[in-house]
Each structure stands twice: as C-alpha cells, then as structure tokens.
Ligand binder design. Structure first.
Ligand code: NAP
Length: 289
C-alpha cells in the first residue's frame, strides 16, 4: 500500500453536511498512517444513478451511501452481498474484479454494538422493533441472524410492518401501536428504529412504548443517536433497565468499508467514540449504561 496511489473513498447523501462518517474514517486514516482520503459528497436524488456509474472515472475506490440513496445504490450495483439483498438497500460500495459491489453493514453494526454494550442480549427473549422503515429492515435481519425466533414489529403505518413481516418470514409478526402494552409485557429486547426521539422530533414515549411495561431484565436500545440519550433510553435507564445508545451501530457499520478500501480492519475504540460524542455536543450526553 505504501508506494501505491492514495485511495479515495466517500460518503454520499443529500444532505450530507451532518454526516459523521468523514470524522470516523479520517480518524482511522490518521491512526493507521494511511495516505488516503475520505470525503463527503452531496448528491442530488436525480444525479444518484449517474454518480454511481462514474465512480471509477472519478478515481473513487468506493464509499458509503446514506439517506436518500441506499435504494438507488441497490439498483446501481453490479453485484450485492447477502445482507444487501435481504435488506433491500446498499450502504457500502467497493470494486471487485472491476465490478461495482454493494453491501449492507447496518445489521452487522447493530449487532456489534449490542455485543459490546449488552453481552447476553441474544438470550433476552422476544424482540420488539418500533418502526418499519429502512433501518428496521437491517435490525430485523440482524435479529434473525442472531437467533431471535419471536420478532414483533410495531409501526404507525401497520401495512409497512406487515410488508416487513412477509419479507422476513417465520417468527416475525406485525402489530399496530395499540398492541404495545401487551407486546411489551414479555419482551426481552426493545429496539426503537423510528425517527421519534431524534433531536427536535417527538417525545419520551415512541408510539407510547413505555419501558415501565417491560420485564426487569429487558434491554432497551435506540438506533437514533442524536441525542445520544433519547427520551426512550432516559426513561428505561431511570427504571434501571439496561440501555444501549445508537452511536456504536454507526461506528461498527463503518468497519467493513474501511477495511475494503484501505486494507486495514480498524478498531472501534473508546477514543473514537469520545471524539464523535464531543463533535455532537451540545446535543449529546454520554450514556451506555
Ligand atoms: P425511514 O425509512 O424513513 O423510516 C422511519 C420510521 O419511523 C417509519 O417506521 C415511520 O413510520 C416512523 N416514524 C416517523 N415519524 C413518526 C412519527 N411521528 N410517529 C410514529 N412513527 C414515525 O427511516 P430509517 O432509514 O428507517 O431511519 C430511522 C432512524 O434510524 C433515523 O433517525 C436514522 O438516522 C436512524 N439510523 C441510525 C443508524 C445508526 O447507525 N445508528 C443507521 C440507520 C438509521 P411510518 O411507516 O408510519 O411512516
């Protein structure tokens, strides 16, 4: 690697200024002494297909894809990994034998975050997933892969939950918010994937998912990470439940891409996490209980 042309990678989305990915990857480039670059690129929705088809000629080795281009990237690639196919979205791009490949690392990031902060989480019991959007698909894929046999999806628009239950098959059920009280009573894992809880959006109880109704051993996680401690996590922590914030998912999903483009498998460290948390201030407050 030392005597070759520096590798360039990117994160594309619209808007893209808010993305923390450049901070994560540039931290690793510095840490491992790699003379590469990782840049944010704002791509308008109607330019996405052209952007993906010209990566090679732009001298880019690959990159990350964020909202709203994950589905466009899915359509643009020449081959996909299994996770991308199952999730229906691509968040990581790279070249192999001159072919543009699309992968999805969100499921891996979700599971790695819980592995780090809530050991034993796979044995906690039925999982309840709030939301049925793109991120929920990655979460459900991860839950299935990690052996969950009872996954309950609750979504404001029930039809979207039904669609996901059909997509992922056995052991997955779809429910309206009105069923929450009953569904929470024996759930071992509560995952919020809705935008509720994001800074400035919504209040303490995402679709009235009151963590008070959960068993005492339950783990509560929120994939929203701005603020770091969402109202749902704060309520669960106040009850003494195990909570895990969503920042680790973002950090861990970045690992496979960095390894593909720059040839080193990076570590998710406390130092990296602290750096991103500091960058998020003043909205952030550190919490992974
Ligand atoms: P999405 O596809 O737009 O889905 C949004 C979900 O939130 C849908 O289920 C939607 O319900 C629900 N929702 C939105 N507003 C609501 C409201 N007022 N009341 C009830 N439900 C509401 O978005 P996504 O891609 O899944 O992303 C969801 C969140 O996850 C975002 O905040 C994103 O930043 C975060 N995320 C984090 C990571 C990470 O690495 N930590 C990775 C990916 C995503 P309906 O179907 O009824 O509209």
């Amino acid at each position: 690697m030392a005597d070759s042309v520096p590798v360039s990678a990117f994160v594309c989305g619209h808007p893209i200024a808010h993305s923390r990915s450049p901070k994560i990857h540039n931290h690793w480039l510095r840490q491992y002494g790699i003379a590469g670059s990782y840049v944010p690129i704002d791509v308008l929705p109607h330019d996405a297909a052209t952007f993906f088809s010209t990566l090679r000629s732009q001298g880019l080795a690959g990159g990350n894809v964020t909202i709203p281009h994950k589905e466009a990237a899915f359509a643009a690639v020449e081959r996909r990994d299994e996770a991308a196919d199952l999730i229906g979205a691509v968040n990581t791009l790279w070249f192999e034998d001159d072919l543009l490949i699309g992968g999805n690392t969100d499921a891996l990031g979700f599971a790695a975050n819980l592995d780090e902060f809530a050991s034993g989480w796979t044995q906690s019991g039925p999982a309840l997933v709030l939301g049925a959007g793109g991120a929920a698909r990655a979460v459900i894929h991860a839950l299935k892969q990690r052996g969950f046999r009872d996954i309950r999806i609750v979504n404001r628009t029930v039809a979207r939950a039904v669609e996901l239950a059909d997509r992922f098959g056995m052991g997955i059920s779809a429910h309206p918010p009105a069923a929450l009280r009953e569904l929470l009573s024996d759930a071992g894992l509560l995952v919020n994937t809705t935008a509720l809880g994001m800074a400035g959006k919504g209040d303490a109880d995402a679709m009235a998912a009151n963590p008070e109704m959960l068993p005492r051993h339950a783990v509560v996680t929120d994939i929203v990470y701005v603020p770091l401690e969402t109202p749902l996590l704060a309520a669960a922590r106040a009850l003494g439940l195990k909570t895990v914030d969503g920042l680790g998912m973002l950090l861990h999903q970045a690992v496979p891409g960095f390894e593909r483009w720059f040839g080193v498998r990076p570590n998710v460290t406390r130092e990296l996490r602290d750096m991103i948390v500091a960058d998020m201030a003043p909205t952030a407050s550190v919490r992974s209980s």
